[in-house]
Structures are given as structure tokens and as C-alpha cells.
Design a protein around this ligand. Structure first.
Ligand code: SF4
Ligand code: MG
Length: 340
């Protein structure tokens, strides 16, 4: 859970007294090595906040983050330090995350040194650098080592950012919209690279995206967020092809084309993040189900009772936080149908 304080000036403009933005509430995710988990939602749904929490960039309001079962509650403690080495964040905009006055060699050397992976002997560092660039298919390495970020294409810069993350020898990659700023023609190449690295290095990957079609293509499991809460989860094929939660159905209806990721019908501006109504204010989130003001199926209880995660169908692990899947609701509906 992460609540951000509202700045005082803004607070004085608000008539009522709440002082926090409920950016993330009760999100619980288990990442496993060798698997990609997609976290899907509109901008403002809290998915990037989840990535930053998992990267330990700021403290959480409540809850815990564990690596192999070990809590990282104590910031700066030994488990915390082990965690931040093992869990690396890749951001949307590689141009912003690389320092323009430094070469590829500088960025990668720094990562290798900080994490104690710079090798030994006179050639150790050179070999480690060449190895990193080869892993992200920037070959021959000599061609890229002394380049500055502006001399590279967007896709090459994102590959450098990935190589820098690999310099830590991580177990987990948190990839926040890693391809949404790239030309559609090169998105697939970067996603394929991540998948390849996942297999070869047995990584756990959290893939954050607003594009649910790409989750089907790229992720084993998919979790959908709405207004700071998880609303549906399960294996990607099921969640994207047989979505249960009314919000996920809205998302899949507005992104029906699985070819978007490869170029057809897509654009690079992230238009998929808009275009289906406004998400609610997270200063005063709606009571009950946060989706109820926009939900075509809303019932009376939806406005007051928060739906828990409810198993959806025969697919193990598929769940939705929606009262439509409450056995009591289902029984009542069937009863009505039988009477009719
Ligand atoms: Fe719609 Fe109610 Fe389900 Fe929320 S709980 S998605 S309002 S039917
Ligand atoms: Mg974001």
C-alpha cells in the first residue's frame, strides 16, 4: 500500500480534510523466476507506483516486500541491501535514464563495479563489458562501448539500459513500459530480448504496460489494476481472451487487435492509455468497488462493499474482484432465470 501526502497548498483548496492520494491499496504480487508477470492498467492506475515500491525507491505505507521469503522491512538493513542488488528497474524512457555526457562504457562499468561484477585481472572488466553488450545483442561490442546515448537509436538505448541492469546480476527485472516510447517496429525485438534473457538467466520479470494485447503476447501471468487496486488476475491467455472483470472487458474491447504490438493500428504515443472514460480521483476514491461509477453491471452493494478476489471459473488461479462472481449473486441470478 502506498498513500502519498497531498501538498499543503493543494490541501487548502480542497473543502474536505483527506490528506492523502490512495495511489496503491492492498496490491499483492508473487513474482517467480522464469516467468513474466504483466501488470496492466491505465495511466494513474498505480502500476508505476508498484514498480517503484518494488524497486524500493520510496518506503511503502503498509505491507512488506520479501525476497525468497526474507522481509525488507528495515530500510538499509542487510536483507534490504541484498534485495536492491537483486531487483533491477528498467524505465520507459532510456534517454532520461542514461546520462547524456557519459558513454556506454561508463554506464556499464559503473553498474559492474557497484555490484562487484567487474571481473578480475587486466582483461576482466573488458570481458565483462563485452559480455553485457553481447547479451543484449549490441555487437560487436567495440562499436557501442564508446558511444554516447545520443549516438544510439531508441531501441539501442533501451538495450544499454537493460545491459546496465544485468550488470547487477539480478534475479528480478521490473520493466515499466519498457517499449512504449519506442517505434512500433522495434518493440517486438526488445520484448523478445527480455524474454530471451528471462529464459537464459532464469529471471523473474514484472512487465508493466497499458497495452493488454502485449501482455497476452509477452507475459505468462497477467494482473489488471484499476484505480490503485488489483481487479483481476490469472494466466495471460485466460485473462486476455476470457476476461471476467467488467473493467478488463472494457480494456480488451478497446484493444482488440493483438497485432498492435507489431505495428498494425498502433501508435507510439500511448493513446491506449486513454479513450475509455476517466479513472476516479484517488484523493476521494469511490467506496465499495472503485469501478462502480463506470460499471455497466453495478449493483446496489457495489457502491458500499469492497469486492474480494473471487475465483472465476475452472481455470485455476483466475480470479476477479467483482461481486458478479460471488456465488450468492450467481445463485440469485440463476434463481431468477429458472423462475422466468
Ligand atoms: Fe461492476 Fe460491481 Fe463488479 Fe465492481 S463489483 S466491477 S461495480 S459488478
Ligand atoms: Mg507509468
Amino acid at each position: 500500500t502506498k498513500h502519498f501526502p497531498v501538498r499543503r497548498r493543494l490541501r487548502s483548496l480542497l473543502s474536505r480534510t483527506p490528506t492523502v492520494v490512495h495511489a496503491v491499496d492492498d496490491v499483492s504480487i508473487a513474482l517467480r523466476r522464469g516467468r513474466v508477470t504483466a501488470l496492466v492498467g491505465e495511466s494513474g492506475s498505480g502500476k508505476s507506483t508498484v514498480a517503484r515500491l518494488l524497486a524500493q525507491l520510496y518506503p511503502r505505507t503498509a505491507g512488506d516486500i520479501r525476497l525468497h521469503g526474507t522481509s525488507t522491512r528495515v530500510r538499509g538493513g542487510r536483507p534490504f541491501r541484498a534485495y536492491v542488488r537483486r531487483v533491477q528497474l528498467i524505465l520507459q524512457d532510456p534517454f532520461a535514464s542514461l546520462n547524456p555526457v557519459h558513454t556506454v562504457r561508463y554506464h556499464l562499468t559503473r553498474s559492474l563495479r557497484i555490484h562487484g561484477n567487474a571481473g578480475t585481472g587486466p582483461d576482466g572488466l573488458e570481458r565483462a563489458l563485452a559480455d553485457l553488450l553481447t547479451r543484449v545483442s549490441l555487437t560487436p561490442p567495440e562499436r557501442y562501448l564508446d558511444a554516447f546515448p545520443h549516438e544510439l537509436s531508441g531501441g539501442q538505448r533501451q538495450r544499454v539500459a537493460i545491459a546496465r541492469a544485468l550488470g547487477a546480476n539480478p534475479e528480478v527485472l521490473l520493466a515499466d513500459e519498457p517499449v512504449s516510447m519506442l517505434d512500433v517496429s522495434i518493440r517486438l525485438g526488445v520484448l523478445n530480448l527480455l524474454q530471451d534473457l528471462k529464459d537464459r538467466l532464469n529471471l523473474a520479470i514484472l512487465y508493466i504496460t497499458h497495452d493488454i494485447a502485449s501482455a497476452r503476447y509477452f507475459a505468462d501471468d497477467t494482473i489488471v489494476m484499476y484505480a490503485g487496486r488489483m481487479v483481476e488476475g490469472g494466466d495471460s491467455e485466460t485473462v486476455t481472451q476470457r476476461p471476467a472483470h467488467p473493467y478488463t472487458r472494457l480494456l480488451t474491447d478497446s484493444a482488440p487487435d493483438p497485432e498492435r504490438i507489431t505495428g498494425a493500428g498502433a501508435d507510439a504515443t500511448g493513446a491506449g492509455e486513454r479513450g475509455h472514460g476517466e479513472p476516479p480521483s484517488l484523493i476521494h476514491p469511490p467506496a465499495g468497488c472503485r469501478f462502480h461509477p463506470r460499471c455497466p453491471h453495478a449493483m446496489a452493494r457495489c457502491a458500499s462493499e469492497l469486492p474480494p478476489a473471487i475465483p472465476v471459473d475452472d481455470h485455476p488461479g483466475h480470479w476477479a474482484a467483482c461481486w458478479l462472481f460471488d456465488p450468492a449473486t450467481v445463485a440469485a441470478e440463476n434463481g431468477v432465470a429458472e423462475e422466468a
